[in-house]
Design a protein around this ligand. Structure first.
Ligand code: SMN
Ligand code: MG
Length: 369
């Protein structure tokens, strides 16, 4: 009761389970920061009163953060029992518990994992897909293939790029940040040459460069027909991004490291990028994404997704300035119904929730803890 007004009950959390799996990747990803060969995924099952179970997973970037996130979730699980399962209430319940450690890194990963699973449970309970739950219709989303294309030799990159177009993708993303500009340039030219002219080529530096080197490399790449240049410098160096943006015509893309919608608000206020891409796990789950997509819409800036394509496809369907879905197949081996890409677009999920459900045999085979 609040001020004598009756507040209707919301479903309560009945049970939470977290499991960490280590899934081999078909194509290892060599970025300027690290080589990733296995996807450590934290899988969350959240059961609410009435029996609906929500599923969600987050990509943990490595074994240590994965184990930390799994342990954190395990410790929270008994306390979560009986709490409101409404995602906004859950966020309010979690906020003070994460305040001292800081709502970033592993803490924000755990929060997002629970939020995604809670939204999925609600969508199941309401008998609608997540996109419908957010007021949208399930829609096909244009996807680029982000598997592979790490910092390999130019010739190998060209061969790989051609293979990655299978499935009709309208774009692929290559990683940059080789020891020299000449090597990056050679790889970009080799890949661009092999791609059909209508196919988009995205390029990602993963924050490898100093501001001076970024200016040199981005200017040199400006006439290579790139769809965007992503994170050339430290992700939160918005002053450098704003300056860089005045020097090149190629769109600048940032956002996978936005830690919550407020980081996006700052970047957009400074007009330091042309596009934004949101990571559902860093932005604060579905709840954070809703706020972020509103901000992008208010600034009329195209919004793409980062990783976790299954839930992101539904979120993009509900995002007014939706742009590209980043497709990776890393969770495919553990999913009952992996996300399908047809003619370069994600096939909309027709059932309830996000469509994420586990292939339990595969989960057992890849289980870490
Ligand atoms: C990326 C980096 C590290 C792990 C996965 C993906 C990359 C991207 O920045 O945008 O795909
Ligand atoms: Mg990136």
């Amino acid at each position: 009761m609040h001020w004598g007004v009756h507040v209707p009950d919301t479903p309560r959390i009945h049970h939470v389970q977290g499991r960490l799996v280590r899934v081999p990747m078909t194509r290892p990803l060599g970025t300027s920061a690290a080589v990733v060969t296995h996807a450590f995924l934290l899988l969350v099952d959240l059961q609410i009163d009435g029996g609906s179970v929500g599923h969600g997973y987050i990509f943990c970037y490595g074994e240590a953060p994965g184990r930390a996130a799994a342990e954190w979730l395990r410790r929270l699980a008994p306390e979560l029992q009986g709490q409101s399962a409404a995602p906004k209430n859950l966020a309010e319940w979690l906020a003070p518990r994460m305040r001292l450690v800081g709502h970033r890194g592993v803490a924000s990963m755990v929060t997002a994992a629970l939020d995604i699973a809670a939204w999925d449970a609600h969508s199941h309970a309401c008998g609608v897909s997540l996109a419908q739950m957010l007021g949208a219709s399930p829609a096909p989303i244009r996807a680029y293939n982000s598997n592979g294309l790490g910092l390999v030799d130019a010739k190998i990159a060209a061969i790989e790029a051609e293979v990655l177009l299978e499935g009709g993708f309208g774009g692929v993303k290559m990683r940059l940040g080789r020891p020299t500009l000449e090597q990056d340039l050679e790889a970009v030219r080799a890949v661009r040459r092999i791609l059909p002219s209508q196919c988009h080529l995205m390029a990602d530096f993963n924050q490898a460069l100093s501001p001076a080197e970024a200016s040199r490399r981005c200017c040199a790449l400006d006439d290579e027909g790139l769809a965007w240049i992503e994170e050339p410098v430290r992700h939160d160096d918005y002053a450098t991004y704003a300056l860089l943006r005045t020097k090149i015509r190629t769109p600048l893309q940032i956002g996978e490291n936005f830690q919550g919608p407020s980081a996006m608000a700052q970047a957009l206020a400074l007009r330091c990028c042309d596009y934004v891409m949101v990571d559902v796990e860093r932005i604060g789950g579905v709840t954070g994404w809703i706020d972020a997509s509103g901000l992008a819409a208010a600034h009329d800036v195209e919004l793409s997704s980062h990783l976790m394509p299954e839930v992101s496809a539904q979120l993009l369907a509900a995002s007014p300035t939706r742009h590209w879905l980043e497709y990776v197949d890393w969770a495919t081996p553990i999913l009952k119904r992996p996300l399908e890409i047809r003619d370069g677009y994600s096939v909309p999920h027709e059932g309830h929730g996000t469509g994420v459900e586990w292939n339990e045999d595969a989960v057992r085979a890849f289980l870490v803890e």
